[in-house]
Design a protein around this ligand. Sequence first.
Ligand SMILES: Cc1cc2nc3c(=O)[nH]c(=O)nc-3n(C[C@H](O)[C@H](O)[C@H](O)COP(=O)(O)OP(=O)(O)OC[C@H]3O[C@@H](n4cnc5c(N)ncnc54)[C@H](O)[C@@H]3O)c2cc1C
Length: 569
Amino acid sequence: MVIDALRNIKRVLNNKVYLEAYSSTRLSMTMRLSYSTVLCVCWPVVLHVAAQHARPPPIYPFDLASSAVQSPIHDSTLERQLTRIGDVTWASLRGMKQTSPSRELAEMACDILDDVFPGRVYTARDAQYQNEVEFNWSKTAWLQSACIIRPANAVEVAIAMRVIKVSGTRFAIRSGGHNPNAGFASVDGSGILLDLKNLDMINLGRDDILRVGSGQTWERVYHFVQEKEKSVIGGRHGSVGVAGLLLGGGLSFFPSLYGMAIDNVINFEVVLSNSSIVNANSAENPDLYKVLKGGGANFGIVTRFDLETHPRINAQYTVNAYDASDYANILRATARLQEAMEKDNKIGFFLNVVSGFMVAGLLYAEHSDAPPRAFDEFFKLQSLVAPVVPTTNGTVLDLVPILDSVGTTDLPVRRALNAVSTKVDYKLYLKVHESYNELLGSGHGTGNISYTIQAIPSSVVHAGRRHGRNVLGLDSRPQSWWACLIEWFEESATDIAHKRVSGLGDTVRSAARETNNLLRFTFMNDAGASQTVMDNYGPDNRNFLKHTAEKYDPEGVFQKQQNSGFLLG
Ligand SMILES: Cc1cc2nc3c(=O)[nH]c(=O)nc-3n(C[C@H](O)[C@H](O)[C@H](O)COP(=O)(O)OP(=O)(O)OC[C@H]3O[C@@H](n4cnc5c(N)ncnc54)[C@H](O)[C@@H]3O)c2cc1C
């Protein structure tokens, strides 16, 4: 017992630690002590705490309740690092969890992590901190967390996870930072932001599988694979994160070809709440594999995605701007093109609608001298103002910067979204657009409000089934995924902006309901924070998600400690 206590004290001296000094009632003041204070003043306290916690619960090997989780990846660095933190520190954190306010707890967890990852934990005292806060795409997500940690690999994520779990601190996970919902990839001073930018490995194996760290963005990924004459299925904007996009399903330029981006993931490397690092694929942890295909941040922190590669996709693209007063003809052409997509899986299409203009992306997954006949109706429209991008034979990589400039501004603004999915129906489109015009004309305008019709062919659903199924619960039919977006400057306009964008979403929903065109599905990647997403995957998928979350995270760390997100609850 005494030897154990002395060992613990040695660990204390090797670390800067925080100890809770217990009074006789165990609920007295909390003391924050540095190395020298411990050495000079507090030997009795150290001895007391060390003796009390000489045999703490095991930190490693892992304490996973369910033996059904297969093959955790054991790593000696993880073991060494966790041991280095010291049992007394763990014990102190556990004690503080009971008594300390959340901000204090978060700051203490940050200090411990600063010891483990020197130079990669940013607090408000660091010059780089504000840049890190402002990394998120939308100003709504610029929250001042207690600290921002940049782990460099899965083992470091596992260590951070352990400190977070033991301390009970709130946390958020950020990869590309493009989700505009406040608190999803951001957290205020009561929590820690785990920023995964440094997980930026990228490697094409001899097996033709692309292994990509969660910190990568799509532009860099497309660059890498194009040089190898390959393609992968991912996002349409370069700076969007690989991780967030995939975990929400992932809509690509040509969904008819290979389905949703998530259907092309062969394996996930995941850090679970108990700091195990596991693989999830069709053979290992297949239930986890399935729920990660659309189930978001409910199960663990994904540190690597292994993606199926395909032969390089040659893209022909035209982006045309039309005068929106011709909306009836433009929307008719839209519905007809969506019908054509059912017969030609090389077509990709979107229609972005802003005040005064409609911008059509006419995409084809093959080079040719002229655009395919399916686009004729769009080329003949009298309302064509100008080609934003004339017909070009290029690649997916060329297309990404073009799309980056369509529909949103680069300025640091606040943003909010609302997602709806409907059947393809010209009359519905007319009705929605007329309501949108009324909204614009109502004179209560705050910010720029727009919507995009994203064309989803029925082959997307079939591709998901071919690839071993996802959890999205999509209807097997051609459909439109509506993304309603508002962008505004002033913080004071936040409430009204949220009301306007959810009002536009409600308009689409009620028009679709009235005409029997509403679909249950809500696309996570375009959804506003107040929308329910996974309830709309259908009861079987919802139950499976919940059951699997409980299996892999029995204490509900991702449900209770994660700051926000589309959580199962
Ligand atoms: C300009 C723009 C273009 C877009 N284009 C597309 C598109 O073409 N197709 C499409 O499908 N979507 C698109 N989106 C939506 C985008 O996919 C989502 O906003 C997505 O959440 C962003 O991912 P991220 O990694 O950048 O986000 P983040 O904001 O970092 O994360 C989003 C969510 O995922 C969680 N998360 C992030 N990393 C991990 C991880 N490693 N493990 C577990 N959870 C994690 C976060 O906690 C958060 O809840 C676009 C968004 C923008 C702003």
